[in-house]
Design a protein around this ligand. Structure first.
Ligand code: CA
Length: 521
Protein backbone atom coordinates (compact mmCIF):
# COMPACT_ATOMS: atom_id res chain seq x y z
CA UNK A 1 0.00 0.00 0.00
CA UNK A 2 1.46 3.24 -1.12
CA UNK A 3 -0.21 5.35 1.57
CA UNK A 4 0.95 3.23 4.48
CA UNK A 5 4.43 3.32 2.98
CA UNK A 6 4.37 7.08 2.99
CA UNK A 7 3.17 7.17 6.55
CA UNK A 8 5.92 4.80 7.63
CA UNK A 9 8.51 6.93 5.94
CA UNK A 10 7.06 9.93 7.72
CA UNK A 11 7.45 11.96 4.55
CA UNK A 12 11.21 11.87 4.52
CA UNK A 13 11.06 13.85 1.35
CA UNK A 14 8.23 15.33 -0.59
CA UNK A 15 9.52 13.62 -3.69
CA UNK A 16 8.60 10.27 -2.15
CA UNK A 17 5.11 11.52 -1.64
CA UNK A 18 4.82 12.82 -5.16
CA UNK A 19 6.17 9.60 -6.68
CA UNK A 20 3.82 7.58 -4.59
CA UNK A 21 0.76 9.57 -5.56
CA UNK A 22 1.80 9.54 -9.20
CA UNK A 23 2.01 5.75 -9.06
CA UNK A 24 -1.55 5.58 -7.87
CA UNK A 25 -2.62 8.22 -10.39
CA UNK A 26 -3.37 10.56 -7.51
CA UNK A 27 -2.93 14.28 -7.88
CA UNK A 28 -1.75 16.62 -5.20
CA UNK A 29 -3.88 19.69 -4.78
CA UNK A 30 -4.14 22.48 -2.23
CA UNK A 31 -6.95 24.68 -0.98
CA UNK A 32 -6.13 27.84 0.96
CA UNK A 33 -9.08 29.42 2.77
CA UNK A 34 -8.56 32.87 4.19
CA UNK A 35 -10.85 34.95 6.42
CA UNK A 36 -10.68 38.74 6.23
CA UNK A 37 -9.98 40.25 9.66
CA UNK A 38 -11.15 36.97 11.21
CA UNK A 39 -10.03 35.98 14.68
CA UNK A 40 -10.69 33.25 17.17
CA UNK A 41 -14.50 33.53 17.19
CA UNK A 42 -15.04 29.80 16.91
CA UNK A 43 -15.63 26.77 19.07
CA UNK A 44 -12.29 25.14 18.33
CA UNK A 45 -10.50 28.12 19.90
CA UNK A 46 -12.74 27.82 22.94
CA UNK A 47 -15.14 30.63 22.16
CA UNK A 48 -18.25 29.35 23.94
CA UNK A 49 -20.74 31.60 22.18
CA UNK A 50 -19.90 31.97 18.48
CA UNK A 51 -21.38 28.94 16.70
CA UNK A 52 -19.04 27.61 14.01
CA UNK A 53 -19.79 23.93 13.37
CA UNK A 54 -18.12 23.90 9.95
CA UNK A 55 -14.84 25.45 11.05
CA UNK A 56 -14.85 23.18 14.09
CA UNK A 57 -15.39 20.15 11.85
CA UNK A 58 -12.49 21.17 9.61
CA UNK A 59 -10.33 21.70 12.70
CA UNK A 60 -11.15 18.16 13.86
CA UNK A 61 -9.50 16.79 10.74
CA UNK A 62 -6.58 19.22 10.99
CA UNK A 63 -3.56 20.05 13.07
CA UNK A 64 -4.69 23.09 15.08
CA UNK A 65 -2.14 25.88 15.54
CA UNK A 66 -2.11 27.59 18.88
CA UNK A 67 0.76 29.94 18.04
CA UNK A 68 0.24 31.15 14.48
CA UNK A 69 0.91 34.79 13.61
CA UNK A 70 0.66 37.06 10.63
CA UNK A 71 3.82 38.97 9.74
CA UNK A 72 1.80 42.18 9.42
CA UNK A 73 -1.66 43.10 10.70
CA UNK A 74 -2.88 44.85 7.57
CA UNK A 75 -4.78 43.45 4.66
CA UNK A 76 -2.76 43.91 1.44
CA UNK A 77 0.65 43.71 3.14
CA UNK A 78 -0.39 40.46 4.83
CA UNK A 79 -1.79 38.94 1.62
CA UNK A 80 1.34 39.88 -0.32
CA UNK A 81 3.48 38.27 2.39
CA UNK A 82 1.22 35.22 2.39
CA UNK A 83 1.59 34.79 -1.38
CA UNK A 84 5.31 35.62 -1.70
CA UNK A 85 6.76 34.34 1.57
CA UNK A 86 8.47 37.73 1.91
CA UNK A 87 7.60 40.41 4.48
CA UNK A 88 5.95 43.52 3.08
CA UNK A 89 9.16 45.59 3.39
CA UNK A 90 10.80 43.11 1.01
CA UNK A 91 8.03 42.51 -1.55
CA UNK A 92 7.13 46.19 -1.77
CA UNK A 93 3.50 46.09 -0.61
CA UNK A 94 4.04 48.65 2.12
CA UNK A 95 0.34 49.38 2.65
CA UNK A 96 -3.13 48.89 1.19
CA UNK A 97 -3.50 48.19 -2.52
CA UNK A 98 -6.82 49.84 -3.35
CA UNK A 99 -7.67 53.41 -4.33
CA UNK A 100 -5.45 56.25 -3.25
CA UNK A 101 -3.30 53.99 -1.06
CA UNK A 102 -2.01 52.44 -4.28
CA UNK A 103 0.61 50.05 -2.97
CA UNK A 104 1.92 47.22 -5.16
CA UNK A 105 4.62 44.61 -4.96
CA UNK A 106 7.71 45.13 -7.10
CA UNK A 107 7.20 43.92 -10.67
CA UNK A 108 9.91 41.30 -10.46
CA UNK A 109 8.83 39.63 -7.23
CA UNK A 110 8.22 35.92 -7.65
CA UNK A 111 4.98 34.77 -6.01
CA UNK A 112 3.40 31.44 -5.19
CA UNK A 113 0.78 31.62 -7.98
CA UNK A 114 3.53 32.49 -10.44
CA UNK A 115 5.76 29.58 -9.43
CA UNK A 116 2.83 27.14 -9.39
CA UNK A 117 1.68 28.34 -12.82
CA UNK A 118 5.20 27.77 -14.17
CA UNK A 119 5.27 24.31 -12.62
CA UNK A 120 2.06 23.09 -14.24
CA UNK A 121 -0.34 23.66 -11.35
CA UNK A 122 -3.73 25.16 -12.23
CA UNK A 123 -4.31 28.19 -10.03
CA UNK A 124 -7.56 29.83 -8.98
CA UNK A 125 -8.64 32.68 -6.73
CA UNK A 126 -12.18 33.38 -5.55
CA UNK A 127 -12.93 36.42 -3.39
CA UNK A 128 -10.76 39.26 -2.19
CA UNK A 129 -7.44 39.59 -4.01
CA UNK A 130 -6.31 43.02 -2.76
CA UNK A 131 -2.76 42.65 -4.09
CA UNK A 132 -1.06 43.67 -7.29
CA UNK A 133 0.23 44.13 -9.87
CA UNK A 134 -1.40 41.41 -11.96
CA UNK A 135 1.95 40.33 -13.41
CA UNK A 136 3.16 39.40 -9.93
CA UNK A 137 -0.04 37.64 -8.85
CA UNK A 138 -1.44 35.88 -11.93
CA UNK A 139 -4.13 33.21 -11.49
CA UNK A 140 -5.53 31.00 -14.26
CA UNK A 141 -9.03 31.38 -12.81
CA UNK A 142 -9.85 34.65 -11.14
CA UNK A 143 -13.17 35.79 -9.63
CA UNK A 144 -12.26 38.74 -7.44
CA UNK A 145 -13.12 42.38 -6.75
CA UNK A 146 -11.29 43.16 -9.99
CA UNK A 147 -14.05 41.62 -12.13
CA UNK A 148 -16.99 41.33 -9.70
CA UNK A 149 -18.67 43.06 -6.78
CA UNK A 150 -16.59 42.23 -3.70
CA UNK A 151 -19.78 41.50 -1.77
CA UNK A 152 -20.81 38.88 -4.34
CA UNK A 153 -17.48 37.05 -4.47
CA UNK A 154 -16.44 37.68 -0.87
CA UNK A 155 -19.66 37.43 1.17
CA UNK A 156 -22.39 35.77 -0.95
CA UNK A 157 -21.64 32.21 0.07
CA UNK A 158 -24.04 30.72 -2.46
CA UNK A 159 -22.17 32.48 -5.24
CA UNK A 160 -18.82 31.46 -3.72
CA UNK A 161 -20.05 27.86 -3.65
CA UNK A 162 -21.00 27.96 -7.34
CA UNK A 163 -17.69 29.55 -8.36
CA UNK A 164 -15.82 26.91 -6.36
CA UNK A 165 -17.82 24.24 -8.17
CA UNK A 166 -16.99 25.82 -11.53
CA UNK A 167 -13.28 25.75 -10.74
CA UNK A 168 -13.24 22.24 -9.29
CA UNK A 169 -15.31 20.60 -12.02
CA UNK A 170 -13.31 21.94 -14.95
CA UNK A 171 -13.13 18.77 -17.02
CA UNK A 172 -10.91 20.23 -19.70
CA UNK A 173 -7.92 20.70 -17.39
CA UNK A 174 -6.54 17.79 -15.40
CA UNK A 175 -3.50 19.54 -13.95
CA UNK A 176 -3.21 19.51 -10.14
CA UNK A 177 -4.76 22.64 -8.68
CA UNK A 178 -4.20 25.38 -6.14
CA UNK A 179 -7.41 27.13 -5.14
CA UNK A 180 -7.32 30.21 -2.92
CA UNK A 181 -10.71 31.17 -1.50
CA UNK A 182 -10.42 34.55 0.19
CA UNK A 183 -13.60 35.51 2.01
CA UNK A 184 -14.36 39.18 2.64
CA UNK A 185 -16.19 38.07 5.80
CA UNK A 186 -15.97 38.97 8.64
CA UNK A 187 -14.51 42.37 7.63
CA UNK A 188 -16.36 45.50 8.74
CA UNK A 189 -18.50 47.34 6.20
CA UNK A 190 -19.85 50.25 8.24
CA UNK A 191 -17.36 52.55 6.53
CA UNK A 192 -18.30 51.57 2.95
CA UNK A 193 -21.78 49.97 3.08
CA UNK A 194 -23.47 51.08 6.33
CA UNK A 195 -26.86 50.00 4.97
CA UNK A 196 -25.84 46.37 5.55
CA UNK A 197 -24.79 46.90 9.17
CA UNK A 198 -21.41 47.32 10.82
CA UNK A 199 -20.08 43.92 9.71
CA UNK A 200 -22.38 43.48 6.70
CA UNK A 201 -24.27 41.16 9.03
CA UNK A 202 -27.53 42.07 7.25
CA UNK A 203 -26.26 41.49 3.71
CA UNK A 204 -28.30 38.64 2.24
CA UNK A 205 -30.26 37.91 5.43
CA UNK A 206 -33.63 38.00 3.65
CA UNK A 207 -34.91 41.23 5.25
CA UNK A 208 -36.46 43.86 2.99
CA UNK A 209 -33.77 45.46 0.83
CA UNK A 210 -31.03 43.13 2.10
CA UNK A 211 -31.33 40.41 -0.54
CA UNK A 212 -31.21 36.72 0.21
CA UNK A 213 -28.26 34.34 0.28
CA UNK A 214 -30.08 31.00 -0.05
CA UNK A 215 -27.40 28.95 1.70
CA UNK A 216 -27.02 31.20 4.73
CA UNK A 217 -28.90 30.67 7.97
CA UNK A 218 -27.89 33.75 9.99
CA UNK A 219 -27.20 33.20 13.67
CA UNK A 220 -27.99 36.12 15.95
CA UNK A 221 -26.44 36.82 19.33
CA UNK A 222 -27.35 38.75 22.45
CA UNK A 223 -24.89 41.50 23.33
CA UNK A 224 -24.80 40.45 26.98
CA UNK A 225 -23.77 36.87 26.18
CA UNK A 226 -20.63 37.76 24.21
CA UNK A 227 -17.22 36.48 25.32
CA UNK A 228 -15.13 39.65 25.07
CA UNK A 229 -11.40 39.34 24.36
CA UNK A 230 -9.26 40.93 27.08
CA UNK A 231 -8.22 43.82 24.83
CA UNK A 232 -11.74 45.19 24.23
CA UNK A 233 -13.64 47.65 26.43
CA UNK A 234 -16.51 45.98 28.28
CA UNK A 235 -19.24 48.37 27.21
CA UNK A 236 -22.70 47.88 25.66
CA UNK A 237 -21.47 49.48 22.40
CA UNK A 238 -18.56 47.06 22.08
CA UNK A 239 -20.73 44.08 22.95
CA UNK A 240 -23.20 45.07 20.24
CA UNK A 241 -20.32 45.47 17.80
CA UNK A 242 -18.96 41.99 18.57
CA UNK A 243 -22.46 40.46 18.35
CA UNK A 244 -22.69 41.78 14.76
CA UNK A 245 -19.22 40.38 14.04
CA UNK A 246 -20.32 36.93 15.31
CA UNK A 247 -23.34 36.95 12.96
CA UNK A 248 -21.01 37.63 10.04
CA UNK A 249 -18.70 34.86 11.27
CA UNK A 250 -21.72 32.53 10.93
CA UNK A 251 -21.78 33.36 7.19
CA UNK A 252 -18.05 32.71 6.90
CA UNK A 253 -18.44 29.43 8.77
CA UNK A 254 -21.28 28.22 6.57
CA UNK A 255 -19.35 29.34 3.49
CA UNK A 256 -16.40 27.20 4.57
CA UNK A 257 -18.81 24.27 4.95
CA UNK A 258 -20.11 24.78 1.40
CA UNK A 259 -16.60 24.91 -0.08
CA UNK A 260 -15.59 21.71 1.68
CA UNK A 261 -18.77 20.04 0.43
CA UNK A 262 -17.85 21.09 -3.11
CA UNK A 263 -14.35 19.69 -2.62
CA UNK A 264 -15.83 16.41 -1.42
CA UNK A 265 -18.33 16.26 -4.30
CA UNK A 266 -15.53 16.84 -6.80
CA UNK A 267 -13.72 13.81 -5.42
CA UNK A 268 -10.74 15.82 -4.17
CA UNK A 269 -11.19 15.70 -0.41
CA UNK A 270 -8.65 12.87 -0.22
CA UNK A 271 -5.92 14.43 -2.34
CA UNK A 272 -6.07 18.06 -1.23
CA UNK A 273 -4.16 19.85 1.51
CA UNK A 274 -6.44 22.39 3.21
CA UNK A 275 -5.06 25.42 5.02
CA UNK A 276 -7.33 27.80 6.93
CA UNK A 277 -6.20 31.13 8.38
CA UNK A 278 -6.92 34.86 8.43
CA UNK A 279 -4.96 37.80 7.06
CA UNK A 280 -4.75 40.05 10.13
CA UNK A 281 -6.11 40.79 13.59
CA UNK A 282 -9.72 41.67 14.33
CA UNK A 283 -10.74 45.29 13.53
CA UNK A 284 -10.90 46.45 17.13
CA UNK A 285 -8.60 48.55 19.35
CA UNK A 286 -5.23 46.85 19.92
CA UNK A 287 -6.13 44.45 17.04
CA UNK A 288 -5.66 45.15 13.33
CA UNK A 289 -2.66 47.45 12.49
CA UNK A 290 -0.97 46.52 15.78
CA UNK A 291 1.95 44.19 16.35
CA UNK A 292 0.75 43.22 19.80
CA UNK A 293 -0.37 39.59 19.95
CA UNK A 294 -3.98 40.82 19.75
CA UNK A 295 -3.14 42.11 16.26
CA UNK A 296 -0.79 39.36 15.06
CA UNK A 297 -2.20 36.08 16.37
CA UNK A 298 -4.23 34.14 13.79
CA UNK A 299 -6.32 31.02 13.74
CA UNK A 300 -4.70 28.33 11.62
CA UNK A 301 -5.46 24.72 10.82
CA UNK A 302 -3.84 22.46 8.28
CA UNK A 303 -5.68 19.36 7.13
CA UNK A 304 -3.73 16.82 5.11
CA UNK A 305 -5.27 13.76 3.49
CA UNK A 306 -2.01 11.91 4.06
CA UNK A 307 -0.82 13.04 7.49
CA UNK A 308 -3.53 11.77 9.79
CA UNK A 309 -1.44 11.22 12.93
CA UNK A 310 -2.09 14.59 14.51
CA UNK A 311 -5.63 15.32 13.43
CA UNK A 312 -7.59 17.23 16.05
CA UNK A 313 -4.34 17.76 17.93
CA UNK A 314 -2.80 21.11 18.86
CA UNK A 315 0.67 22.35 18.00
CA UNK A 316 2.30 24.99 20.17
CA UNK A 317 5.12 25.54 17.71
CA UNK A 318 5.47 29.15 16.52
CA UNK A 319 4.15 29.49 12.98
CA UNK A 320 3.97 32.50 10.66
CA UNK A 321 1.94 33.25 7.56
CA UNK A 322 5.41 33.60 5.98
CA UNK A 323 5.53 29.80 6.34
CA UNK A 324 2.61 29.24 3.96
CA UNK A 325 4.66 29.54 0.73
CA UNK A 326 7.38 27.10 1.94
CA UNK A 327 4.63 24.75 3.18
CA UNK A 328 2.73 24.69 -0.11
CA UNK A 329 5.89 24.35 -2.20
CA UNK A 330 6.89 21.44 0.04
CA UNK A 331 3.45 19.91 -0.49
CA UNK A 332 3.75 20.16 -4.26
CA UNK A 333 7.39 19.04 -4.20
CA UNK A 334 8.60 22.25 -5.83
CA UNK A 335 11.85 23.93 -4.92
CA UNK A 336 11.65 27.67 -4.30
CA UNK A 337 13.34 29.92 -6.78
CA UNK A 338 13.41 33.68 -7.00
CA UNK A 339 14.47 34.20 -10.59
CA UNK A 340 11.71 35.60 -12.69
CA UNK A 341 12.05 33.74 -15.96
CA UNK A 342 10.16 36.40 -17.91
CA UNK A 343 12.28 39.25 -16.62
CA UNK A 344 15.60 39.81 -18.28
CA UNK A 345 16.24 42.87 -16.18
CA UNK A 346 16.56 41.26 -12.78
CA UNK A 347 16.65 43.30 -9.64
CA UNK A 348 19.67 42.66 -7.48
CA UNK A 349 17.61 42.54 -4.33
CA UNK A 350 15.39 39.70 -5.50
CA UNK A 351 18.30 37.78 -6.95
CA UNK A 352 19.59 37.45 -3.42
CA UNK A 353 16.19 36.85 -1.87
CA UNK A 354 15.75 33.88 0.41
CA UNK A 355 12.61 32.91 2.24
CA UNK A 356 12.86 33.12 6.01
CA UNK A 357 9.76 30.96 6.61
CA UNK A 358 9.76 27.17 6.89
CA UNK A 359 7.56 24.30 5.79
CA UNK A 360 4.97 23.42 8.43
CA UNK A 361 4.40 19.91 7.04
CA UNK A 362 6.80 18.24 9.52
CA UNK A 363 4.54 19.51 12.33
CA UNK A 364 1.73 17.41 10.89
CA UNK A 365 3.78 14.37 11.88
CA UNK A 366 5.20 15.31 15.24
CA UNK A 367 5.67 18.15 17.68
CA UNK A 368 9.30 19.32 17.93
CA UNK A 369 10.87 18.34 21.21
CA UNK A 370 12.91 21.51 21.45
CA UNK A 371 11.15 24.75 20.62
CA UNK A 372 13.47 27.14 22.45
CA UNK A 373 14.93 28.69 19.30
CA UNK A 374 11.61 29.31 17.58
CA UNK A 375 10.86 32.90 16.61
CA UNK A 376 8.42 34.78 14.45
CA UNK A 377 8.88 38.27 13.03
CA UNK A 378 6.57 41.13 12.17
CA UNK A 379 7.07 44.06 9.85
CA UNK A 380 4.48 46.82 9.49
CA UNK A 381 4.97 50.05 7.52
CA UNK A 382 1.65 51.66 6.68
CA UNK A 383 -1.99 50.64 6.40
CA UNK A 384 -3.70 53.56 4.68
CA UNK A 385 -1.39 55.97 2.82
CA UNK A 386 -1.56 58.53 5.63
CA UNK A 387 -0.68 56.00 8.33
CA UNK A 388 3.10 55.95 8.27
CA UNK A 389 3.98 54.00 11.39
CA UNK A 390 6.73 51.45 10.68
CA UNK A 391 7.17 48.81 13.37
CA UNK A 392 9.36 45.75 13.57
CA UNK A 393 8.86 42.97 16.08
CA UNK A 394 10.31 39.65 17.13
CA UNK A 395 8.43 37.14 19.24
CA UNK A 396 9.75 34.04 20.93
CA UNK A 397 7.71 31.69 23.11
CA UNK A 398 8.53 33.87 26.08
CA UNK A 399 9.30 37.42 24.90
CA UNK A 400 8.20 40.08 22.45
CA UNK A 401 10.36 43.01 21.38
CA UNK A 402 8.75 45.81 19.37
CA UNK A 403 10.59 48.63 17.63
CA UNK A 404 8.28 51.60 17.00
CA UNK A 405 10.38 53.42 14.42
CA UNK A 406 8.13 56.46 14.13
CA UNK A 407 7.55 56.69 17.88
CA UNK A 408 7.42 60.47 17.94
CA UNK A 409 4.10 60.41 16.08
CA UNK A 410 0.82 59.29 17.61
CA UNK A 411 -0.26 55.78 16.58
CA UNK A 412 -2.45 56.29 13.48
CA UNK A 413 -6.12 55.33 13.18
CA UNK A 414 -7.72 54.16 9.92
CA UNK A 415 -11.00 55.41 8.44
CA UNK A 416 -12.78 52.08 8.79
CA UNK A 417 -11.85 51.54 12.42
CA UNK A 418 -12.41 55.20 13.35
CA UNK A 419 -16.13 54.93 12.52
CA UNK A 420 -16.59 51.63 14.33
CA UNK A 421 -19.05 51.68 17.26
CA UNK A 422 -16.32 50.45 19.60
CA UNK A 423 -13.87 53.24 18.82
CA UNK A 424 -16.58 55.92 18.67
CA UNK A 425 -17.66 54.80 22.13
CA UNK A 426 -14.09 55.09 23.42
CA UNK A 427 -13.82 58.63 22.02
CA UNK A 428 -17.19 59.66 23.38
CA UNK A 429 -16.40 58.32 26.83
CA UNK A 430 -13.04 60.06 26.78
CA UNK A 431 -14.60 63.39 25.78
CA UNK A 432 -17.29 63.06 28.45
CA UNK A 433 -14.79 62.04 31.14
CA UNK A 434 -16.50 58.69 31.60
CA UNK A 435 -14.64 55.47 32.42
CA UNK A 436 -13.43 53.76 29.22
CA UNK A 437 -13.73 50.31 30.79
CA UNK A 438 -10.71 49.42 28.71
CA UNK A 439 -7.32 47.99 29.68
CA UNK A 440 -5.51 51.08 28.36
CA UNK A 441 -6.00 54.80 28.31
CA UNK A 442 -6.40 56.47 24.94
CA UNK A 443 -3.13 58.33 25.52
CA UNK A 444 -1.26 55.09 26.15
CA UNK A 445 -2.70 53.69 22.92
CA UNK A 446 -1.61 56.70 20.87
CA UNK A 447 1.77 57.34 22.46
CA UNK A 448 4.22 54.48 22.33
CA UNK A 449 7.88 54.40 23.29
CA UNK A 450 10.51 53.52 20.72
CA UNK A 451 11.08 50.05 22.23
CA UNK A 452 8.63 47.75 23.95
CA UNK A 453 9.71 44.50 25.60
CA UNK A 454 7.23 42.11 27.18
CA UNK A 455 7.59 38.91 29.14
CA UNK A 456 4.61 37.07 27.68
CA UNK A 457 4.71 34.34 30.28
CA UNK A 458 4.00 36.83 33.04
CA UNK A 459 2.28 39.47 30.95
CA UNK A 460 0.30 38.03 28.03
CA UNK A 461 -1.60 41.29 27.58
CA UNK A 462 1.66 43.19 26.91
CA UNK A 463 1.08 45.86 29.56
CA UNK A 464 4.34 45.99 31.48
CA UNK A 465 7.12 47.36 29.27
CA UNK A 466 10.50 46.00 30.37
CA UNK A 467 12.59 47.68 27.69
CA UNK A 468 14.35 50.04 30.09
CA UNK A 469 14.74 47.56 32.96
CA UNK A 470 18.41 46.79 33.56
CA UNK A 471 17.61 43.19 34.56
CA UNK A 472 16.31 42.57 31.03
CA UNK A 473 19.20 44.22 29.23
CA UNK A 474 20.70 40.96 28.02
CA UNK A 475 17.39 39.62 26.70
CA UNK A 476 16.70 42.96 25.02
CA UNK A 477 20.08 42.82 23.31
CA UNK A 478 19.66 39.22 22.14
CA UNK A 479 16.25 39.94 20.66
CA UNK A 480 17.44 43.17 19.07
CA UNK A 481 20.33 41.34 17.41
CA UNK A 482 18.07 38.61 16.03
CA UNK A 483 15.59 41.18 14.77
CA UNK A 484 18.32 43.22 13.12
CA UNK A 485 19.74 40.11 11.51
CA UNK A 486 16.32 39.21 10.06
CA UNK A 487 16.00 42.75 8.73
CA UNK A 488 19.37 42.38 7.00
CA UNK A 489 18.49 39.00 5.50
CA UNK A 490 15.20 40.35 4.18
CA UNK A 491 16.76 43.55 2.80
CA UNK A 492 14.79 45.86 5.03
CA UNK A 493 15.11 49.50 3.84
CA UNK A 494 14.23 50.54 7.42
CA UNK A 495 17.22 48.65 8.86
CA UNK A 496 18.91 51.76 10.29
CA UNK A 497 15.87 53.93 11.00
CA UNK A 498 15.26 56.20 12.78
CA UNK A 499 18.67 57.14 14.20
CA UNK A 500 20.88 56.40 11.21
CA UNK A 501 20.81 56.28 7.42
CA UNK A 502 21.39 53.05 5.55
CA UNK A 503 23.99 53.48 2.82
CA UNK A 504 24.27 50.42 0.59
CA UNK A 505 25.23 51.68 -2.87
CA UNK A 506 28.31 53.17 -4.47
CA UNK A 507 31.23 52.95 -2.09
CA UNK A 508 29.00 51.11 0.42
CA UNK A 509 27.80 48.51 -2.08
CA UNK A 510 29.80 45.65 -0.63
CA UNK A 511 29.78 46.95 2.90
CA UNK A 512 26.38 48.46 3.80
CA UNK A 513 26.51 50.79 6.79
CA UNK A 514 24.16 52.49 9.19
CA UNK A 515 25.56 56.04 9.33
CA UNK A 516 24.60 57.94 12.46
CA UNK A 517 22.39 61.04 12.41
CA UNK A 518 23.14 62.05 15.99
CA UNK A 519 19.45 62.69 16.46
CA UNK A 520 19.12 60.72 19.68
CA UNK A 521 17.17 62.53 22.35
CA1 CA B 1 -8.01 42.06 6.34
Amino acid sequence: MCYSGVITLLLLTTINLNDCLKNESKRLNALLILADDGGFEMGVYRNRISQTPNLDKLAKRSLIFNNAYTSVSSCSPSRSALLTGMPSHQNGMYGLHQGQHHFNSFNNIVSLPKILKNEGIRTGIIGKKHVGPEMVYPFDYSQTEENNSILQVGRNITNIKLLTREFLTNQSDDRPFFLYVAFHDPHRCGHTNPEYGEFCEKFGNGDIGMGTIPDWQPIYYQADEIDLPYFLPDTPATRQDVAAQYTTVSRLDQGVGLILEELKNSGHLDDTLIVYSSDNGIPFPNGRTNVYDSGLAEPMFISSPIHKERRNKVTYSLASLLDVVPTLLDWYGIKYYNHNSEESNKNEIENNAVLTGRSLLPLLEKEPTNKTDEVIFASHNLHEITMYYPMRAIRTHRYKLIHNINYNSPFPIDQDFYLSPTFQDILERYRNHQPLKWFKTLQEYYNRPEWELYDLKLDAAEMNNLATKSSYKKIFQQLQDKLSNWQKVTNDPWLCAPHAVLENQGMYKNNPQCLALDNLY
